[in-house]
Design a protein around this ligand. Sequence first.
Ligand SMILES: Nc1ncnc2c1ncn2[C@@H]1O[C@H](COP(=O)(O)OP(=O)(O)OP(=O)(O)O)[C@@H](O)[C@H]1O
Ligand SMILES: [Mg+2]
Length: 298
Amino acid sequence: MPTTLLQSNLPGLDLIHRGKVRDVYALPENRLLIVASDRLSAFDVVLPDPIPGKGEMLTQISNFWFAKTAHLVPNHLLDVPLADVLPAGTDLKLYEKRAVVTRRLKPVPVEAIARGYLIGSGWKDYQATGSLCGIKLPAGLKQAQQLPEPIFTPSTKAAVGDHDENVSFDAVVAAVGPALAEQVREATLSIYQWAAAYAAERGIIIADTKFEFGTDENGKLYVMDEMLTPDSSRFWPADSYQVGISPPSYDKQFVRDYLETLDWNKKAPGPHVPADVTGATAAKYAEALQRLANITVD
Ligand SMILES: Nc1ncnc2c1ncn2[C@@H]1O[C@H](COP(=O)(O)OP(=O)(O)OP(=O)(O)O)[C@@H](O)[C@H]1O
Ligand SMILES: [Mg+2]
């Protein structure tokens, strides 16, 4: 049975960040304990109801991809048993599938997005300008069409409540310097290309995905945070993919569709979501975990 956790509680550990999904604790020796909760955010608002087991599934999916792509790009995970770092008396069962011990890195201040298909803000920008993040694209592309080749489309991390904004590669160079910018682009595209090919063999299109990177005290680059989850990626079932329409994806669409039926201004506090909607969403996460990582949620 999956566990449910809306908010972690680890007395004695130093909570340094409670994000929309993850609770981040500082550990000695420049390490972090990152706990993925079952919180769900929609339209950038955290909803009051958990998606049971979501944090466990997210963590398992990320861990799977981190392991699979470690030969391409080093990642933040450290091989430290959780029992060694959790406070005495913690319910290990509640945390073992949703928490990881990582290197504590200095975040590279850019959302590293790879796109293989034209959808979402990419499609919007292309319609308006014919380009995406300063990259000129062929004329006449349709919504959800595959791009001639995957492209790096960075965006800035918005302040709380704002939406991220696509920026040019030159803006990344200006922010972090040419060498790091180039490394981030290379790493983003190499992981995306590898993962997209892997998923394609399992009937899933990875339309786009977002990575976060960080550097250690020597300036070495690592991929961090989460990797290729339904929260950070658009996964499309290949068998129903069609150019010209926005495909259904393995993400929060159930919840978004439900929320659109309400008279809610999309500002906090978010409304309650009925159990059949949270249950259907949990099943979608489980399906992604099964199809991609071949891990069954029991
Ligand atoms: N290895 C790491 N070193 C430093 N920071 C990390 C590392 N891995 C993840 N993070 C940061 O931990 C946080 C994870 O929390 P979460 O994903 O819930 O946040 P978020 O809601 O997406 O973003 P935020 O609340 O920061 O706007 C992110 O701010 C992420 O950048
Ligand atoms: Mg995040």
